[in-house]
Design a protein around this ligand. Sequence first.
Ligand code: BDR
Ligand code: CA
Length: 312
Amino acid sequence: MSRRIIIDTDPGQDDAVAILLALASPDEIEVLGITAVAGNVPLALTQKNARIVCELAGRTDIRIFAGCDRPLERPLITAEHVHGKTGLNGPTLPDPTMPLQDAHGVDFIIETLRQEPPGTVTLCPLGPLTNIATAFARAPDIVGRVQEIVLMGGAYFEVGNITPSAEFNIYVDPHAADAVFRSGVPVTVMSLDVTHKALVTRPRNDAFRAIGNRVGEAVAAMTDFFERFDKEKYGSEGAPLHDPCVTAYLIRPELFTGRHINVEVETTSPLTLGMTVADWWRVTKRAPNAMFMGTIDDDGYFALLTERLARL
Ligand code: BDR
Ligand code: CA
């Protein structure tokens, strides 16, 4: 049965690939709308980039909304050092012509969850969790109506990428992440423990380029761009392709394994702010609240991406 989803995103090249994978997979995924949030770059750019990506996929029918322009309690931290000045550096893509919807992204999330039958809408956050937490705070009645949240964020064994102890999406808005992990909604977490095993090696990027369509060329140019930063940082054979793990999970969940455990978010310590304290070894009696993923069939993941992007 196809999943009906709202993608909440801060594109970001890897967000772009996650969106493209969803749009290339209509049998498994129906995209109800895309909400942009401030994260990798400010909101004015993330909402624009979301439209650029949908136009690249030829999907000007997708509704795109701008959401929150800053985290709940902290100043915005961005990641131009990874994603470039526009957030989507790499390919040369035209400015979008499709419109931004008038409604606020948070209102779209609330209204969609109220309109659709309970348990039929999955939220897919690919950036800081500000829009989701704001929707839950404003409309607590929608919380019990969410089917599942499948998000990219957090880490346990890999610990952190923006600080020694925190992953970027959680660090940018730890208070929002805390609210989401405490919400009671089933949460599936694509952590750095998974995404750091999903490396765009040279042959994998060549395979994107060899697809031979506009999308394959653009995706190869995107990963070429952020690779220069990540390869230097990690000394690995390629950069991690984080966010498409979320949409790949909706299509082929068997590519991933993890544990249903308790995960809590540090919101006060200056040293470990935004850390996802995951009880991987089940050493506490804290109730499990998240399916925390730890492994990926990386060959299967890249084969899926290449096969699906070729359909666009
Ligand atoms: C996450 O942070 C962003 O830079 C990426 O788009 C991804 O969502 C990885 O930590
Ligand atoms: Ca992202």
